[in-house]
Design a protein around this ligand. Structure first.
Ligand code: URA
Length: 245
């Protein structure tokens, strides 16, 4: 811009009543300041949300501890959850086994090792980007399948758990998790790798679901492992497409 143009530019703004001008550095300083206030705002909002979530999880755990379930008196520990509660992927299994019962954490035995290995192929790691729990919070004796009464007793807590975590993707492991949370009766062999939705009308929630084989089933039926890679690829594509991680 030449001097003549600057002069007419200033005259034009003076004619509009503008008497102060920001220099480039003043403007960028105030812009930077606004940006950092905004960033600080977002950070503290996120922190407040995370604090609220941790608090709600503590309250839920207490409620479960005080609930009535016949398994509670036989089990050594309540097995609540593991992983990153702020991640957008929630994995739900069936019920704790012997190792989980001893330690009080889900998926720490052989099935858990396989689960971690499978998920590592698609860059999922329970410490960083997924959260996991079960349909039933105590070990059924002798690792039997939980019965309907035990599932019905735990289900309202599982639904509250999902509401608190508010994931963008639910991965359900095996028949018990899929039958309890999706209104379908077909077995996992038919529905694995297909897309479903978990609906919670009361809380206006609709979450994408991918059912896959339970890792304990894969340990017992290693021939089925050949399907797992296809299902993991589907999960990976959903994560990428929806920018979930
Ligand atoms: N199987 C499950 O379904 N959950 C566990 O926590 C461990 C094994």
């Amino acid at each position: 811009m030449n001097v003549k143009n600057i002069k007419s530019f200033v005259e034009f703004y003076e004619s509009l009543g503008v008497s102060t001008f920001l220099t480039h550095s003043q403007r960028s300083q105030s812009f930077q300041k606004n940006l950092s206030v905004q960033k600080k705002g977002n950070f503290s909002l996120k922190k407040n949300n995370n604090d609220e979530k941790s608090n709600n999880l503590k309250i839920l755990k207490k409620k479960i501890e005080h609930s009535e379930c016949n398994l509670k008196d036989i089990a050594s520990n309540l097995v609540f959850s593991d992983g990153n509660c702020n991640s957008k992927i929630m994995v739900i299994g069936e019920a704790p086994g012997a190792e989980e019962d001893k330690i009080g954490k889900p998926f720490v035995g052989e099935a858990g090792k396989l689960l971690d290995k499978m998920f590592s192929y698609i860059f999922l790691n329970r410490e960083k980007n997924f959260y996991l729990t079960n349909i039933v919070f105590w070990r059924p004796p002798g690792n039997r399948v939980p019965n309907n009464q035990e599932i019905e007793m735990c289900l309202p807590f599982v639904k509250e758990h999902i509401k608190i975590i508010n994931p963008k993707l639910l991965i359900l492991l095996g028949n018990i998790a899929t039958r309890s949370l999706l209104q379908i009766n077909e077995g996992i062999t038919k529905i694995r790798g297909k897309k479903f939705f978990y609906l919670d009308k009361q809380n206006n929630m609709k979450i994408e679901v991918i059912p896959i084989f339970h890792p304990a089933y894969l340990l017992r039926n290693p021939i089925e492992k050949k399907h797992v890679w296809e299902d993991l690829k589907k999960i990976y594509m959903i994560i990428k497409k929806n920018k979930i991680c």
